[in-house]
Design a protein. Sequence first.
Length: 541
Amino acid sequence: MFGALANLGAMAKSAFSPIGMAIGKVVDLGFKPIRYFIDSRFRDGATPVAGSVVYSDLYLLAEHSGIYVGDDKIANIVVDSLATADSTVRLSDPSDFTQKAKWGKKIYVSCRDKTAVGSFDVGDTALGRVGEKSFYGLVFSNCHAFSVDCLSQDFSAQVTPSFDIFFVKSTAKRVLGANKWRLWDWDNTAKDTPEPNWQDINNELKRHLLTPQYRQQLKDEIAKVQAYEQEIQDENLPDEILNKLNSFCLTLQKVADKYDEMAEFLAVCGHGFSYEQLEALSDNTDFTALAKEMKNNTAIKELVKKMGRNYIAEDKKRTIKVPKSSRSEIHGTHHSDDLMRMLPSELVNIDDDDLQMLFYARLLEKNLTTYQLSGVTHIDENESYQEHKKAGAIVACLDTSSSMSGQPMLKAKATLFAIANILKSEQRSLSVLLFGASGQIKRFDMTGSENLAGLLAFLQQGFNGGTDFDTPLQTALDIIKTGQDYQKADILMLSDGDCQLSETFSQKFHTQKHQARCMVYSVLCNGSRQADNFSDETIVL
């Protein structure tokens, strides 16, 4: 049992494995409801014959297949218990066969043109295996291996399990000549299938964050749609429906192409953008130049480490000896992904249809309740670590005066965006102030799941006039003094350095800065060093 679960855990951690995508990453791209609508309302159905291959959709990337043997019976793998990984080949009626289907009680049948196609030999082979018990990991894989076994009638070679239906379909095409898959309206509900909201589906595709997993799913979906379009091309379907299907496929392709176009930018800044957001920003943003500046700016990470007062003075560092334990006896419980030491109570979830995904999610998050082993504890005098406090926030002031236009502004935005990306990953707050002449200021607080896109949109604004440092620095101090998340914040000034604090404000600022115990770091974006009367440290880009 644990060997099978360990293998499952390894597969689940693969970024592009079907199980890995199904746990918190895969999304409904809309093709299945579209296909159900077209197949139910506009295509001829079919009733299986002995030896037909049938399948029903389970989850987004999973199907359950079997062999129809006649008299409304389907030979298929039934998992007796996922906890013990015991499975049996059983005969199921259509209702039982689709009991775990999350996409409606629909069953597809292997067909040649308009007629269901099967084989008595395939059906007899499937019947002959009824009652056979085996050690199986998941129904998602082994049902397809069973179907292919029956089609090929070759049990001597181990068939590699497949997590999609393509493997079964290709074998059915080779053995049975099946070139189409039609719905079997066994419960007389096909005509009740509602039409999906095509526009909502297209909009959702454009709003989803562009991640590598999403790009892979788009690629897979495009292949499925194109195969489906080829399957129905000789059928007399309404032009309106075909045009909507084509438009859906084009949207999939547009979103996938946008990911490829922005791959360098997304790799540098993270995947916090959707197609819709990038399109909205494309007229005013040179993403290629921005990505290049972010990649080449090696000083940013070191700067972020300094800021937010994450340092601890030498006399305040606390050295802690690291206890060592032999792992020989049960000490208690903790959360991990150690399947070999998992508590039996965790197996309850994996044996429940509605809680299976919860188990896999807890596995990936290393949140399973497991035994904690310990033994004789001793102190290793040669190994210790220093306790570090969490770093604080940053208040960034971006000069948008006319002297910053061109390359200096590109460098400033790239620097600020790189910093914002790091702070987001470290769950540190960021407040951005755009400033120009006296009194000209705009504020953006980086919060929420779409804050990077919001920040990039905010950075399109500016004043393009004179320069006044007094207003942004005073505003930054006010944020630090009053903001709950800014008690350990430092100030970042991004400019070309072409300004000084006024005499009256300079003394007041230094007094307030000392009281707030914050530092001011300046990044000069014009390639030359200029002295100022407010910075504690200056970096030249």
